[in-house]
Design a protein around this ligand. Structure first.
Ligand code: NAD
Length: 468
């Protein structure tokens, strides 16, 4: 058998090759460890193949297409506006394929053994043994980085069928643009697909159970996003409870209850984006005594599961379910295993939604800061008076900063507008370095840039705003 010729003893075996697993593998290899990574589907995991990356490719097509509506504002003309949908989707798949090959290259470069197949864990010596097909991989450390998948609610008909009811997987590779679309859930996944399909002409209605869309965002940002999306033709039912989704030949009917009234919405297709659940099944975790709560592996702050030699990082270890959080946790975990003093595990984690307009945030919302008794000092600055935004024709949105009223530390930042997902990192670094208003106000921001609004929002919190 092919497996018998291989040396199946490693320092570390990582299960799952998403941004949690593959980044951890590279770092482990850099630290001189002998590493294997097990993957049952595609290198790069959901993020590269079915999530972050291919959605960004689709959204770029949508953004460019929408810009064509505004060509006259820039003094430009185009003869015929249109799109070839198959090519839009094909480009997104090509982008994923390129990055998937990139991960394969990185694994080879770092001498990481890639083992394709589904992993199961059995009781082992220092750590559980990882069984993949006919191979038994033994290691001193095993790291679970198996990620998560779409949550479904079969009790009310919210489970995908690939035809009329989609999760993000089907929504990424559609054959055509549905004329009418219902998106259930207004988190990042729901809003990004709503934004994409609306841009390409779908009549889109988003249903959200909580009182406002993008409920994890600061309330002012949620409100502004709602208004901006409505301006683009998106419709919302907020708050609304889904009572039942039924399918017919022509599409779906979604019975909702909103404001004490029942209503039935019809569409060709529904996308279910009501959160995610961890991939914890069929690996033998229960038999090993791994603690699982609400579909996630319970760990300490450093990824240890309590089972000797077994760790969990990223989505499978719980929220926030973000690629960059997974990589951060993975690097922290392996550096600790190697005896180093890794970066702070509690570094602030930004969140981004790549709709039009974009939304980005880090740290506490104003309401959370108040709840924590931080006596917040809040600053705001709108892009409509920012020179670069005016020159670019991107004046929608604003920046909001939240400072601790006692210490002056930046404890939250919230942005909505063009390219804010690229700008939020300025505040992330500031928060990671525990910057206060003095540092942010004393920093020089390049002119003309939209980032000047970040400076102004910091000045505004202390009554020093310049351009309003
Ligand atoms: P989510 O939890 O962020 O949002 C789901 C939304 O659905 C919530 O607002 C919830 O209130 C609502 N909801 C739940 N049940 C409902 C029901 N029965 N009817 C109507 N609404 C209902 O989950 P998601 O958008 O599916 O995304 C999953 C995870 O992936 C999130 O943590 C998200 O941050 C992450 N993600 C991030 C990005 C990004 O960074 N751009 C993109 C996609 C996903």
């Amino acid at each position: 058998m092919a497996g018998e010729a291989k040396d199946d003893t490693f320092d570390v075996v990582i299960i799952g090759s998403g941004p949690g697993g593959y980044v951890t593998a590279i770092r482990a290899s850099q630290l001189g460890l002998k590493v294997a990574i097990v993957e049952r589907e595609l290198l790069g995991g959901i993020c590269l193949n079915w999530g972050c990356i291919p959605t960004k490719a689709l959204l770029k097509s949508a953004e460019v297409y929408e810009q064509l509506d505004h060509l006259a504002d820039y003094g430009l003309t185009v003869e015929k506006r249109g799109f070839d949908f198959a090519k839009v989707v094909e480009r997104s798949r090509r982008v994923s394929a390129q990055l998937n090959a990139g991960v394969a290259f990185l694994m080879k470069k770092h001498k990481i053994e890639v083992v394709m197949g589904a992993a199961r864990l059995e009781k082992g010596q220092a750590a559980p043994t990882v069984v993949v097909g006919d191979r038994k991989l033994t290691a001193r450390h095993v790291i679970l980085a198996t990620g998560a998948r779409a949550r479904t609610i079969p009790a009310v008909g919210l489970e995908p069928d690939g035809e009329q009811v989609w999760t993000y997987r089907e929504a990424l590779v559609p054959k055509s643009v549905p004329k009418t679309l219902i998106v259930i859930g207004s988190g990042a996944i729901g809003i990004e697909f709503a934004s994409f399909y609306r841009a390409l002409g779908s009549d889109v209605t988003v249903i959200e159970a909580l009182p406002r869309i993008l409920p994890v965002e600061d309330e002012e940002v949620s409100k502004a996003a709602h208004k901006a999306f409505e301006k683009r033709g998106l419709k919302f039912r907020v708050p609304a409870n889904v009572k039942r989704l039924t399918r017919s030949k022509s599409g779906v009917s979604v019975e909702i209850e909103a404001g004490g009234k029942s209503e039935t919405l019809e569409a060709e297709v529904a996308i279910v984006a009501v959160g995610i659940v961890g991939n914890v099944e069929d690996m033998g975790l229960e038999a090993l005594g791994v603690k699982i709560e609400r579909s996630h592996v319970v760990t300490d702050r450093h990824g240890a599961t309590g089972v000797p030699g077994l760790y969990a990082i990223g989505d499978v270890a719980g929220p926030p379910w973000l690629a960059h959080k997974a990589s951060h946790e993975g690097v922290h975990c392996i550096e600790r295993i190697a005896g180093l003093a890794p970066a702070n595990i509690d570094s602030p984690i930004p969140g981004c939604t790549y709709s039009t307009p974009q939304i980005a945030s880090v740290g506490l919302t104003e309401a959370q800061a108040k709840d924590q008794g931080r006596d917040p000092k809040v600053g705001r600055f709108p892009f409509r008076v920012n020179g670069k935004a005016i020159a670019s024709g991107e004046t929608d949105g604003f920046v909001k900063t939240v400072f601790d009223g006692k210490t002056g530390a930046l404890i939250g930042a919230h942005m909505i507008g063009a390219e804010v997902t690229e700008m939020i990192q300025g505040y992330v670094i500031a928060m990671t370095c525990e910057a206060t208003e003095a540092e942010l106000q004393g920093a020089v921001f390049p002119h003309p840039t939209m980032s000047e609004a970040m400076h102004e929002a910091s000045l505004d919190a202390y009554g020093k705003v310049l351009h309003v």
